[in-house]
Design a protein around this ligand. Structure first.
Ligand SMILES: [Fe+2]
Length: 318
């Protein structure tokens, strides 16, 4: 009798262990096998992204109803960690960005793609003058801005392409729109620099604003010497009063913060992302304050915008 009980217990233990470990073991080996096939061009990793993201129906609903959602960094790169690590460890991309001639605390690169959805292709587009409609950015208005291209190794890194597809696949747009319209992607690599008493690092000198796009992914990449309570991202409804922070009265600040703010957070883990419907909400970020006031602070971001080709090409600038 005792032997039977022991055997049953062992069997139960085996079931529990196999349930816990076999699943993980099977997933890991499958993932590695897919990586190998992908490297040999026998399998398109994008199909893996599809499953991961489209199962998250809550995100689809959240974007439709509220106009924003937050995605944790490790969720953004789930199943594509190999490429994420390669991207992060590969090169000091951000220190090589060109200077933003409009703002001395910002280095910035800008590149564009078109999505050929039915062919599963991203087509690199020519660089162009960047502009946002006047009523969406009250500091720079619709001033045309010329930025350097982001370097080729960056924009053609497998991770960047996977992130674009992953985000595009998860946007709340219907299949007809996805398949029959050309969508343009804007890639903005931005480093904000802050130096105590010398350079005030403002992620959004324009204050609360919109980006002139349909959807925007605000992706955190890295920060150095940044005070952990600074650089807070805020999302607001469309009633928020736009404009540079120092041009608003205290009651306007109170109104924005108390009546219009929908969400705020400090992005801290690499690939933490706020995905917004740029037609439904406005956004900003608070200044970057150095932790050690004797050293420069930097914060690196990747902004990916999505808009219809017509919207991109019809934006005028002065
Ligand atoms: Fe923005």
């Amino acid at each position: 009798m005792l032997l039977v009980i022991i055997l049953v217990l062992l069997w139960l233990l085996f079931l529990i262990l196999s349930f816990v470990f076999w699943e993980k073991l099977r997933n890991e080996s499958t993932k590695n096998f897919l990586y190998l096939l992908n490297l040999l061009n026998l399998y398109n990793l994008r199909e893996l992204s599809w499953d991961t993201i489209l199962n998250n129906k809550w995100r689809y609903n959240l974007m439709n109803n509220k106009g924003y959602c937050f995605i944790k960094g490790d969720e953004m790169i789930k199943d594509i960690e190999y490429y994420a690590n390669d991207f992060i460890n590969y090169k000091p991309w951000y220190s090589r960005l060109g200077n933003d001639t409009n703002l001395n605390f910002r280095k910035r690169g800008y590149s564009r793609f078109a999505i050929e959805y039915n062919e599963s292709r991203l087509i690199k587009l020519e660089s162009k003058i960047f502009a946002i409609p006047s009523n969406e950015n009250l500091l720079l208005k619709n001033k045309g801005r010329k930025f350097d291209e982001i370097e080729d190794d960056f924009i053609h890194h497998k991770l960047i392409h996977l992130l674009i597809w992953r985000l595009f696949d998860s946007l709340p747009i219907n299949n007809n729109d996805r398949e029959n319209n050309i969508w343009h992607v804007g890639l903005h690599a931005i480093r904000i620099i802050s130096k105590y008493n010398e350079i005030e690092g403002l992620p959004t000198p324009e204050g609360i604003h919109q980006d002139g796009a349909q959807y925007v992914a605000i992706i955190f990449i890295n920060k150095n010497n940044v005070n952990p309570t600074s650089a807070k991202n805020g999302i607001y409804n469309l009633n928020a009063i736009k404009g540079p922070s120092n041009q608003l009265t205290s009651s306007e600040h109170d109104y924005n913060n108390n009546e219009c703010k929908l969400f705020e957070c400090i992005l801290s883990n690499t690939f933490d992302t706020i995905l917004i419907n740029d037609r439904m909400v406005t956004h900003d970020a608070t200044p970057i304050i150095p932790n050690n006031i004797n050293e420069i602070a930097t914060r690196d971001m990747l902004i990916i915008t999505f808009m219809h080709k017509q919207q991109d090409e019809n934006t005028t600038y002065s």
